[in-house]
Design a protein around this ligand. Sequence first.
Ligand code: FE
Length: 131
Amino acid sequence: MEKIGDLFKSSDWKKEKHVPVIECPEEVAAGELFQVKVTLGKEIPHPNTTEHHIRWIQLFFMPEGDNFPYQIGHFEFNTHGESVKGANEGPVYAEPKVIADFKIKVSGKFFAMAYCNIHGLWEGSTAITVK
Ligand code: FE
């Protein structure tokens, strides 16, 4: 492996709990406000403990015919049961799910990246058409 891209894993999200699943309309109008949801562990829940959890999800949009992707957001999940009482004794557990509202002018592809603190980097993608 020579590039960081080589470290990203992907798979069928129905069988692999680490793959970020992107849900959005198949088709939108140019400039129409719409919602994208990125979920990790949609079919098989990922553990959410102090020892094993998802740290972040990033969402990018790659417009068709463009040379560069646009980062829509970086979402950090910063609490997983940590507490002064000890691991998994805390009151808060952030779930690896993100909902973002925005608009686009051209068709393209969404790419999501996610990081599990012990199972590394994962990716998922989905296309969207501007009619
Ligand atoms: Fe994991």
